[in-house]
Design a protein around this ligand. Structure first.
Ligand SMILES: Cc1cc2nc3c(=O)[nH]c(=O)nc-3n(C[C@H](O)[C@H](O)[C@H](O)COP(=O)(O)O)c2cc1C
Length: 167
């Protein structure tokens, strides 16, 4: 069984809640769910698979704790580590919806991480998101501001993708 660690950056608690929901779906213990504001990037070393989650702030900016955490991760070699990404945002910020997902993906490109668990775009309504990389949505995007009723179903479906992809 692969060891999964969840690392989240959250300013007002939404991404934390989603991280906990993902943990339940994947049977990840609470001690393996980490706020990136209080752990060092090297702690990903203890996991085979790392789930990174962060909200988007400003005009499409990565949540600040996660931005610092990613600075550290970029210096590591993540070869053979499976990485899945999720983010929380607001679809009414229609040109920058969940940009955090795309920023994490792009910034970790040179670490040799193995990205898994892209998600579909069904039921979303926005103009642009950096999470869309050449037509592929590279992670789970959650809008708890406008569509909290969709969150559990989206989380469950994404966790099913992860369960299928982890080898
Ligand atoms: C000032 C401000 C700027 C925001 N900018 C964006 C944005 O550019 N794109 C987006 O998708 N969401 C944006 N959001 C929405 C937040 O990402 C959303 O509320 C999220 O759920 C917060 O998660 P957190 O509590 O885990 O930090 C913004 C919210 C605020 C208040």
């Amino acid at each position: 069984m692969k060891k999964i660690g969840i690392f989240y950056g959250s300013t007002t608690g939404t991404t934390l809640e989603v991280a906990q929901e993902i943990a339940k779906c994947l049977d990840v213990k609470p001690e393996d769910v980490h706020d990136v504001a209080s752990v060092s990037p090297s702690s990903v070393a203890g996991y085979d698979m790392v789930i990174l989650g962060a909200s988007t702030w400003g005009a499409g900016d990565l949540q600040e704790d996660m931005a610092t955490f990613i600075d550290g991760l970029q210096a590591l070699d993540l070869e053979n580590k499976e990485v899945a990404i999720f983010g929380c945002g607001d679809e009414s910020m229609s040109d920058t919806f969940c940009n955090s997902v795309g920023e994490i993906y792009h910034r970790l490109h040179d670490t040799h991480a193995m990205f898994i668990a892209p998600f579909n775009n069904d039921g979303y309504n926005y103009q642009h998101s950096d999470s869309n990389v050449h037509g592929l949505i590279v992670g789970l995007c959650i809008d708890n501001v406008n569509h909290p009723e969709m969150t559990s179903d989206r989380v469950k479906k994404w966790c099913d993708v992860i369960k299928e992809e982890i080898v």
